[in-house]
Design a protein around this ligand. Structure first.
Ligand code: ACO
Length: 438
């Protein structure tokens, strides 16, 4: 991870840590742009022999970063300083991707050049098609996505080292463009239909939907409302600072692993139901409530009493208030269904469930609010994305964020991420041969 002493944040004060044996250690305090304070413990072990313990890293800043700002208490999210509400309604996904990776909104000529690069890199090497064929028909799309992103490193060995910005730009265009092609091909293969090659005349989002849904001689031309909703979905998922998958990308990248390998490991981390997999879990939960005789209050009671049942799409490590992305997606779900003349009982159910939870002492006390995954599935369902592709959609959106963080860390001349532990296992003991073990 980057050396905190080299970061822009200024050290203004010093914290004093009193340890047993009347030993006091002085630790610098780092202050970020928005006045967040952090005790810099990078010299703690050397000075005292102590380490810190922080299960799940809830109190640990792993790096300093200029990419994304969240105020979880106020429900604020900004990419490179720009409020998410403005980007979600006024920007395009590829513009946001550029912003995250290179730090500024692109000029019109930069955006046009980036768009051309994405178009030029949309195709996969034909050799990769044989790899797709080797997967069983019911292979989970997230497993295919991760494997095929990693496989890209076999086809672009020249990008395994980042010698200059040009290499970075090339790898970036390949990843952002190909992740969408890989996703669509996985879907087509899984339903036993021929793949659709990317169409260079189409925009990023339209092209993806064409690759997903066009049939032979019947091109799929998505309605504008669908394109708008999909763009918004991708923008809202594009980054979220040091979440589980992004931290994974940074940890893997810190060993010097290349961008393809690092982002493919991000896909694996995202797959879990406590992270990106929650968008699947939410729809399954809503469907289950809808199809069963369970009332909303019975379901909430179960969530409160059964340690193995959670209200999926609720709660967040950072947000202790509304997740601004959930607020935007809730309205977007309404707008999309209205525009398409659809109604979805699961959206109505989600809204009711939200109200029941928000008025329940259990959720109030723990500050549990809807997160990004609570309403996103309703939108994806209305667009026609099958449930097993929901988390893949999240991964397409998150790719620019993973790349931005990988690159930022690369530029910070990172130290390898290698946490310590407190060992609580057996003390030293002798080996006993098998025939002597009771
Ligand atoms: N339903 C019921 N109870 C919950 C929920 C939930 N969704 N989330 C948290 N809690 C409870 C916990 O049981 C715990 O209660 P306790 O203090 O009585 O033990 C308390 O709230 C704190 O929860 P933690 O698990 O400590 O919170 P943490 O920050 O570790 O977890 C997480 C955050 C994983 C998102 C959690 O809220 C969760 O499991 N939510 C459901 C899954 C989900 O929607 N994940 C998507 C997150 S957004 C994203 O990754 C894109």
């Amino acid at each position: 991870m980057g050396d905190l002493a080299e970061a822009d944040a200024t050290k203004t004060t010093t914290a004093h840590l009193k340890l047993p044996g009347d030993k006091t250690v002085e630790l610098p305090v780092t202050v970020g742009t928005e006045d967040e304070h952090a005790v810099d413990i990078s010299k703690l072990r050397g000075a005292s022999g102590y380490i810190t313990l922080d299960n799940g890293f809830g109190n640990t800043g792993s790096c300093s970063s200029k990419i994304c700002y969240i105020d979880g208490e106020k429900g604020i999210l900004r990419y490179r300083g720009h409020p998410i509400e403005q980007l979600a309604t006024q920007s395009r996904f590829i513009e946001v991707a550029w912003l995250l990776i290179w730090g500024e909104l692109p000029t019109p000529s930069q955006l046009a050049a980036f768009s051309e690069e994405l178009t030029a890199n949309a195709m996969l090497h034909e050799g990769m098609l044989h790899q797709f064929e080797a997967f069983p028909p019911d292979a989970p799309p997230m497993a295919m996505l991760s494997a095929m992103i990693n496989a890209c490193s076999c086809y672009h060995p020249e990008l395994l080292r980042m010698d200059d910005e040009e290499h970075m730009a090339e790898a970036t265009a390949k990843l952002i463009s190909k992740v969408r092609t890989i996703a669509a091909y996985s879907f087509r293969m899984s339903i036993g239909k021929p793949i659709n090659y990317p169409n260079p005349a189409l925009s990023y989002t339209r092209n993806f939907l064409h690759m997903m849904f066009s049939e032979a001689f019947v091109p799929y031309d998505a309605p504008d409302e669908v394109i708008r909703a999909m763009r918004m979905f991708l923008i809202l998922h594009a980054d979220h600072e040091q979440n589980c998958s992004t931290s994974t990308v940074r940890v893997v990248g810190s060993s010097g692993a290349n961008l393809f390998a690092s982002t493919s490991s991000g896909v694996c981390a995202l797959w879990g139901p406590l992270h990106g997999g929650a968008n699947v879990a939410v729809i399954n939960m809503l469907q289950h409530i809808h199809d069963s005789d369970t009332s909303l209050s019975q379901y909430i009671e179960k969530v409160k009493t059964d340690p193995n049942t959670r209200l999926m799409g609720f709660g967040h490590r950072v947000y202790k208030n509304f997740d601004p992305r959930a607020l935007i997606l809730k309205d977007a779900a309404d707008d999309l269904l209205n525009a398409l003349g659809l109604s979805d009982p699961l959206l109505d159910l989600a809204k009711e469930l939200e109200q029941v939870a928000l008025h329940d002492e259990y959720f109030i006390e723990r500050k549990l609010y809807p997160n990004v995954d609570f309403y996103s599935g309703v939108i994806l369902k209305a667009i026609g994305i099958p449930v097993n592709m929901f988390t893949v959609m999240f991964a397409i959106g998150r790719m620019p964020g993973w790349i931005a963080h990988w690159y930022e860390q690369f530029q910070q001349t990172a130290r390898i991420a290698r946490p310590r532990q407190v060992y609580t296992g057996a003390g030293e003991r002798d080996y006993v041969p098998a025939d002597k073990r009771g």
